[in-house]
Structures are given as structure tokens and as C-alpha cells.
Design a binder for this molecule. Sequence first.
Ligand code: ACO
Length: 322
Amino acid sequence: MKFSRIVGTGGFLPEKVVSNADLEKLVDTTDEWIADRTGIRKRHVAADGETTCDLAEVAANSAIDSAGIKNRDIDLIVVATTTPDKVFPSTACLLQQRLDIHGTPAFDVQAVCTGFIYALSVADKFIKTGSAKCALVIGAETLSRIIDWTDRRTCVLFGDGAGAVILKESDTPGVLSTHLHADGQFEELLHVPKGISQGYDAVQNGEAYIQMEGKEVFKMAVNTLGRIVDETLAANGLAESDIDWLIPHQANTRIIAATAKKLKMSMDRVILTVSEHGNTSAASVPLALDVAVRDGRVKQGDMLLLEAFGGGFTWGSALVKY
Ligand code: ACO
């Protein structure tokens, strides 16, 4: 039996920082309201002309360096994004070209904030079935492009960034299990109402931007993430105390705290980047992982629970022995 194992991580945040104080000048909000309700203090926003693929490329190169591999070793590229550079080709194909890799499968996965968990799960299955040996798996977003910067209910929440991992074939695990779910019946609680096949005029009346029923999303996220913690532990015959680190999607400190409570885990075993990054959607989990690997908290052999919830609704988890 083959397994997949994370052998390198990388991350990148655009240079431009937007603080809560900056947002006070744009909309009727306060640093105190944003920090109290979400835990967010600042977020990074891509500069004009800076694209999702630009962010993904830096994160990818950083993951490749940390894994000590060559670009030519990569035989699969999966990019999770909701904000691709172009309708097509996929951001994965654009990235493949920049990395001077040719002929390998490269495709995007779209599961909004759960995108990286979906992408990791797909790459893990490629490796376990012998279809790939070394995958580049990325979550990358320029969410700032689909935000209405006059809507205080949403513009304070999101940021841009990219996180990447190198996933390699291994005789020992690795990725122990992944759990993916979706339920489209809640479409309108969190969505961009108009898209490509409905026409671009939508940009003019705000329907090309994120709209959200925050309270409903909050409740669903807390309940759903609680259930996926149970599902993941049960599938592996593990107890809460077996998890060394919770690496959650970084949407809101209160949602994260509820999941930590479910795991009977103190917050010092939870990797938190939301205050500095905001919600970077598909990028948030791999970015948080990269931060914790680089600052030495996550060490080889640690048991990690990665989880996310987002538009769709989609939700998922991955249990990973690092
Ligand atoms: N600044 C000041 N006041 C605000 C702001 C703001 N930025 N946004 C909303 N308000 C106001 C509202 O207008 C409302 O005023 P009213 O009582 O006069 O009508 C009041 O604050 C309370 O609004 P609620 O929406 O009830 O506030 P709530 O406590 O639910 O917090 C929040 C809102 C932070 C969005 C919360 O619901 C939340 O985090 N939901 C989860 C959403 C999320 O994380 N989405 C990301 C994608 S999904 C995911 O990643 C998990």
C-alpha cells in the first residue's frame, strides 16, 4: 500500500496590508467591532495587476525549495481557487508553464474555502492509486477581486494569499484520511449571485461580489465542523487527545474556538493566522500549516487535523501525520 506524505510547504502573502483602521475610512465599521466578532486585525490584498497565479507561483517555489525537489520531479499540479486568473486555461496550467513543467496533469479545483482540503484529497488519491508520485497542491486566492468594498458585512472578512504543499509517495503515512462533503441546498447563504454564463453586466449591480448571511453561515459552520471532527476521529479510531495540532480554515476566531472546544483542545494547540491574514479562502489552511512548520511548532511525526467549511456549502477534513 502506497501513502502520500507532505514533504514541503510554502506560503505567500501580497505586500499590501489593509488594517482594520484602513477599513474604518472605507465603511462604517470599527477596529473593535471587527476584532471582537472575527479576531481579524489586518489582511493582505493583491496589488493592481497581481494575480492568483502570481501568488501561487511564489508559494509553489517556496514549497519546492523546502521539499528539496526539482520542478521536474512534480508529476501532478492541483490548484484550489475560486478566483482564477482566467476563465481558462486553469490557474494550474498557467502555473505549470511558469514552473517550466510540461505534460503532467494540471487542473483547478473549486470548493471555495474548502478548496485546499478537496485538492489535497484528490492528490492523495492520485498518489495512493499509483497515478502520481509527487504532487504540487496549492490553495491560492485573490478574494479581494470579488468583494464589494462598500459592504461592511463582507469586506472586513477576506484577504488574499497562497499556500502550497509538496505531497510525495511514501511507504508510511502521511495523509491518513480525508473526508469531503457538500450540500448545495444552502447555495444562497453564501455566494456570488452571478457568474460567467449569466453575463458580466452583473458587475454593475453588485451581483458579481460575495453576498453572505453571516449569522446563518456561522451556525452552520460551527455545527458542521463539530460533526466532521467526530467523523475524522472515528474513521481512524483515534481520541481527541491523539491530535497534536488543529489547523483550521481561518474564517473567524469564534468558529475556530468552537471546533477546538469540540476537540477538548486548548487554543495553544490551534494554529491561528486569522488575525494577520483574514479569511484567505482556499489559501488559509496551507498558509497556516506553512507558518506553523516554519516557526517550529509543527514537527515531523505530529498528528494534524486540517478542516474547512465554505461556500457550497462544502466542508472537509484531512488527518495528517506530518
Ligand atoms: N462593522 C460594524 N457593524 C457591522 C459590520 C461591520 N463590519 N458588519 C455588520 N455590522 C452590523 C450589522 O449591520 C448589525 O447591525 P444591526 O444590529 O444594526 O442590524 C450588527 O452589526 C450585527 O450583525 P450580525 O451579522 O448579526 O453580526 P454577527 O455577530 O453575526 O457577526 C459575522 C457577523 C462576523 C459576519 C459573523 O456572522 C460571522 O463570522 N459569520 C461567519 C461568516 C464567515 O466566516 N464567512 C466566511 C466564509 S464561510 C467560512 O469561511 C466559514
